[in-house]
Structures are given as C-alpha cells and as structure tokens.
Design a protein around this ligand. Structure first.
Ligand SMILES: Cc1ncc(COP(=O)(O)O)c(C=O)c1O
Length: 420
C-alpha cells in the first residue's frame, strides 16, 4: 500500500516511492555511492543503452537514490515522470534548452528569480534566443507576445520578490489554444500548496534546495513532466525521434537524453538523500511556514515604520482572491516583501536583527532576510530593477518555523531601533 495514489498529501509526502522491502527493511533508501554499475552480460548493457530496461549504467545518467527522490516528487506533483538535477538552475536550464533552438522565442513572466532572469535575458540571447518578458498576471500581454517563433510560456507560481500570483489554469488554456506548453517553476508554492499539472500546466520545475529539502543543507532541482502535451503538433517536428522512443514522455526524454546527461547536471545522491529526509516533514513545515507568515505580514502591516507589505495572504493584495482559489484556501506561501523608508533604513533594520539570519536563500526552517536590490540584483540596471519592483526600500523575508512570537519580537526590536 506504500504507493497508493489515494493517500492524502501529508501521508503521500512520507510514503510515496518507499520500498523498504527492496532496502533490506531500511526505512530510508540507501545512498548509492557508485560511479557506475556492473552488468552481467554484454547483451544486458546493450539493452540498457537501448532503453529496453531501467537498469543503471553510470551516475551522471541515473542513480538508484536519485530515482527514489524522482518517484516521490513525481507522485507529489501528480506527474508522469521526473528527472532530478544538481540545482534549481540546472533544472530550469535543461527544461528550457530542451525546447529551444537558435532563432526561437518564448514568453515569460517578468517577476522571475534573479538567475532565471539573467539566464533568459543575457545567456540565451548569446544563442539568438529571445525571451519576451511580460507581466506574469496579464493574460493579454502574454497573448500579444506570442508569435510563430514562440516555443513555450514560462511562469513562477508565486513571483519573488514581487509576490504576484498568475492564474495558472487560464494561462495553460491560453498556451494550449496557441499550441504551446506551459512551464511552471513551483518552488515557492511547493506541491503542498499548488500542483500546476492538475491546473493544466505541462511541466513543473523546482529548486529542491528550498522548501522541499527544507533545511538549507542540500542543493538540487527537478523537472517533472505531466505527459499530456501533444509533441506531434506542428511546432515541434524536432521532437519526432523522442516521440517515437517515449510517446507521451517525449519531452522528459529530450530533457534527459539531449541535455541533462550531456551537460552533466547530476544531483549527488547524498543531496537526494538529504532532500528526502526533509521531504518527510514538508506538509507540517508548510503549514507552519504559512501560518507564521500570515501573522508576520499582519504584524508588519500594523507597524508605523513599515511603508507597505506585499503578501498574497493580505486582503488588499491584487491577487488575493485568485491565490485563495488557486491554492484552495490552504495559505499563500512563506515569503513576503515589505518596504521601509529607504535603503539606509533597510540596512539598519537588517543589521539589528538577532534571530533572523541575513543570507541569500529562502525556504529554510530558519527565518531569513535579505535586501535584494543591493545584493542579488546589484548587477541589474536600475530601470530593470524598478520594472521588477525590486526597489531600494524593499526587504524580503522568508519566514521560518520558529515560534512566531520570537520572530515578531526580533522584527519589533529591529524596527524599534529605527526610531533612535
Ligand atoms: C523560484 C526559484 N527558482 C529557482 C531557483 C534556483 O535554485 P537553485 O539555487 O537550487 O539553483 C531559486 C533560488 O533561489 C528560486 O527562488
């Protein structure tokens, strides 16, 4: 019964992919620390290379520990197949590269994670690939940006630090009406809050470094294929060999065969193991992250030093109603942004914090703070930063699962310090 699809999420997150009988009764999969695997016969290795069995060949290609993580994440996102990778950025790069050729275009939201933005805006440009950035929540802008060179639409479930929430079902419909797949980075929402494939998206990507592993101890990424897109349609003639080989999983095969194994973006099995340890508590952690974040958002909103708060859980947020519907009332994520008077006040506030860690990450159990304009986005032209709403008065907070009274007490003493 360990793989039952009928389990509720909180059960599935612990039991999906579990095979203790294959692991001599162990409740965790062994860390398979072997660069390659011995094959009994030349015929067997040839069959494995030919895709006739799922045996392992070489760690860069597949690994038994990683495969368990892939099965778990695939089950949680209700996909048809998954490939784990060394980081979220590796997953994003491979997921997009599998679709792109020189001269192609794609349409993407403009509230993207910093490295994703730089990859799309600068790196892809070197290969004559154009990313058309539009407001993630503006369906007309997305529609108007599509042309005959477009290969896909790309969004994040919750933009960061813009904190906007696009309508995934409506965007998926728009994409499909134009014969395009929708790719969604679901890192900030996690499958606890939102499962984009069930809303019509075709591909889900995660940085597992964040909430999925949850403890800031492992990096990783994953690409999950919903297996529903018709890759035999006009725009994707180049998918034919992959369709012939893998049918509905043609895209995942292309991601894996053409990019992942040749770019060498393999997740270390220790990181897969650590990610699975973290995954066991995902449901509990997300409940607490989101309950704490709602309270912290309200606390900040009521403080006179705070000029504004952006969190989809606040009734005044422009996407509040949509987020409520799309996330089934479960919550609104664990990250928020708020404004102080200016950059100097942001620095003073951050330097006064005692409990909250100042660092570049999110989705850890610990509360984390950063001033994005002067750190992650420092190299961005000022005009681009303004477009992305990364203003110099903005502080980003990833709210942890500590006692919320201790988090708000730390924020309160740092805000009090601004009065001196
Ligand atoms: C939404 C989102 N996607 C992708 C990434 C990249 O993930 P990684 O750092 O694992 O490469 C991040 C990292 O912060 C992120 O926040």
């Amino acid at each position: 019964m360990h793989n039952s699809d009928d389990y509720r999420f909180a059960t599935k997150v612990i039991h999906a992919g579990q095979r203790p009988d294959d692991w001599e009764g162990a409740t965790h999969p062994p860390i398979c620390q072997s660069a390659s695997h011995r094959h009994p016969t030349a015929e067997n290795l040839s069959d494995t290379f030919g895709g006739k069995n799922k045996d392992h060949i070489y760690m860069r290609l597949t690994n038994p520990t990683n495969r368990v993580l892939e099965e778990k994440l695939n089950a949680l996102e209700e996909g048809r197949g998954a490939v784990s990778m060394s980081s979220g950025m590796a997953a994003i790069t491979n997921a997009c590269m599998a679709l792109l050729r020189a001269g192609d275009e794609f349409v993407c939201g403009n509230s993207l994670f910093m490295s994703t933005y730089l990859l799309f805006a600068n790196v892809f440009k070197k290969y004559d690939i154009k990313a058309r950035f539009v407001e993630s929540t503006d369906l007309d802008a997305i529609r108007n940006a599509i042309n005959d060179k477009t290969r896909f639409i790309y969004l994040e479930t919750i933009g960061n630090p813009k904190m906007d929430v696009p309508d995934l079902a409506a965007t998926a419909k728009l994409a499909h009406d134009h014969g395009l797949p929708l790719l969604v980075d679901n890192t900030l929402a996690t499958p606890y809050l939102c499962r984009p494939l069930t809303l019509g998206a075709d591909v889900v990507i995660h940085s597992t470094t964040k909430y999925l592993s949850g403890h800031g101890a492992a990096t990783g990424g994953v690409v999950i294929d919903g297996g529903n897109f018709d890759w035999q349609s006009g725009r994707f003639a180049d998918f034919k060999p992959f369709v012939d080989r893998k049918g509905p999983l043609a895209y995942l095969d292309k991601v894996w065969r053409e990019h992942h194994i040749n770019f060498g973006t393999t997740m270390a099995p220790q990181h897969a193991f650590l990610t699975m340890i973290g995954l066991d508590t995902l449901a509990l952690r997300m409940e607490r992250h989101m309950a704490n974040t709602q309270k912290v958002a309200t606390f900040l909103y009521e403080r006179p030093e705070v000029q504004w708060v952006r969190y989809p859980g606040l009734a005044g947020h422009p996407n509040h109603e949509l987020a409520n519907r799309q996330f089934g009332g479960k919550g609104y994520g664990g990250v928020l942004a708020f404004g102080l008077k200016d950059q100097a006040e942001c620095f003073r506030f951050i330097n006064s914090l005692k409990l909250v860690y100042h660092l570049a990450n999110l989705g850890d159990c610990k509360s984390l703070v950063i001033h994005p304009a002067s750190s992650q986005y420092l190299s961005f032209p000022a005009a681009t930063r303004e477009d992305l709403l990364i203003t110099s008065d903005l502080v980003r907070l990833s709210v942890g699962i500590e006692a919320v009274e201790d988090i708000t007490a730390d924020l309160a003493q740092a805000l009090d310090n601004l009065q001196d």
